[in-house]
Design a binder for this molecule. Structure first.
Ligand code: UTP
Length: 293
């Protein structure tokens, strides 16, 4: 497969499940421990070798642009106070000049539409798509695992990350059918959005990380409405799968759906427990809360 240099981050949704927290602040800026969700996902992309970061923003999202910019007043104050650690921390997160682009989805018409809004910035090359409300905890990031797996695949291949889900929850997700399999990688035989329990082709759901060919933009251009009257990415992938192969990767690591309250809170605990500086205190606090301490 051709190299994957660009990643798209759709951050224009309304975040209704987190209202009122998301009334004036985008969901993607909610912190998991001390880094916004979007920063965790950008870090994952950077670790995978991505060189250009494309954000599809919407209303109230200027703060995301500011987050990935330098903050001269703050830097000046920190320099005066000789707070070197904090200065280094801030410098690490800012993309190199010219490597971050922002475009607007004027109306949140659905994930498929948000992806289509990035077409001019992506151009004619395969790209990664990362949903910032999914975090995957593992020492090798999910996108890096996908790019590793992409090496031997044909140039026209699309890859989607998948994870196991209990049968009673499959009806809430996109579910894939499994063809020929080699390790964690398999050919996708079908994709079904929100299947009835008895119709689910497997127990593997589409998880928020994709490597897509630019031909997806041609399909999305038709602006066909699907479930919830939104332009759905899964519908476009189903159509693209008629002419291009799709592969699924059952990645290693634990995924957190931070678009849901419980998933978000669980991610905060899990990420705190892997941090040497706060894990002992966090563990003690959890014990107390659960009544064992
Ligand atoms: P979600 O459906 O999880 O996000 O979309 P949402 O719509 O903001 O959240 P709820 O359901 O109302 O609580 C997954 C990702 O796609 C982006 C969101 O910002 C999120 O990162 N998205 C979704 C867009 O950029 N545009 C859209 O029109 C829809």
């Amino acid at each position: 497969m051709r190299p994957i240099r660009k990643a798209v981050f759709p951050v224009a949704g309304l975040g209704t499940r987190f209202l009122p927290a998301t009334k004036a602040m985008p969901k993607e800026m909610l912190p998991v421990v001390d880094r916004p969700l979007i920063q965790h996902v950008v870090d994952e992309a950077r670790e995978a070798g991505i060189e250009h970061f494309i954000f599809v923003t919407g209303r109230n999202k200027a703060v995301i642009e500011d987050h990935f910019d330098r903050q001269f007043e703050l830097e000046h104050t920190l320099t005066e106070r000789q707070r070197r650690d904090e200065l280094e921390l801030l410098a690490r997160d800012v993309p190199a000049p010219g490597t971050a682009s922002f475009t607007r989805q004027q109306v949140p018409l659905g994930l498929g539409h948000a992806v289509w809004c990035a077409r001019e910035l992506v151009g004619q090359e395969p790209f990664a798509l990362l949903l910032p409300d999914v975090l995957v905890q593992h020492n090798r990031g999910c996108l890096a695992q996908m790019i590793d797996a992409a090496g031997d695949l044909p140039d026209s291949a699309n890859i989607i990350a998948v994870e196991k889900m209990p049968a009673e929850r499959l009806h809430m997700y996109g579910v894939v059918g499994i063809g020929t399999r080699k390790g964690g990688l398999f050919s996708v035989t079908q994709m079904v959005e929100k299947p009835a329990r008895e119709k689910a082709p497997s127990d593997l759901i589409i998880t928020g990380r994709y490597i897509l060919q630019p031909e997806i933009f041609g399909v999305l251009a038709a602006e066909r409405r699907g479930a919830g009257d939104e332009i759905q990415l899964t519908d476009a992938m189903i159509e693209l799968a008629r002419t291009q192969p799709f592969y699924g990767l059952e990645f290693e690591g634990r995924a957190f759906d931070c678009g849901s309250k419980v998933g978000f809170l669980a991610a905060n605990i899990a990420y705190a427990l892997e941090r040497d500086d706060i894990a002992p205190a966090m563990r003690a606090e959890l014990k107390r809360l659960l009544g064992d301490g």
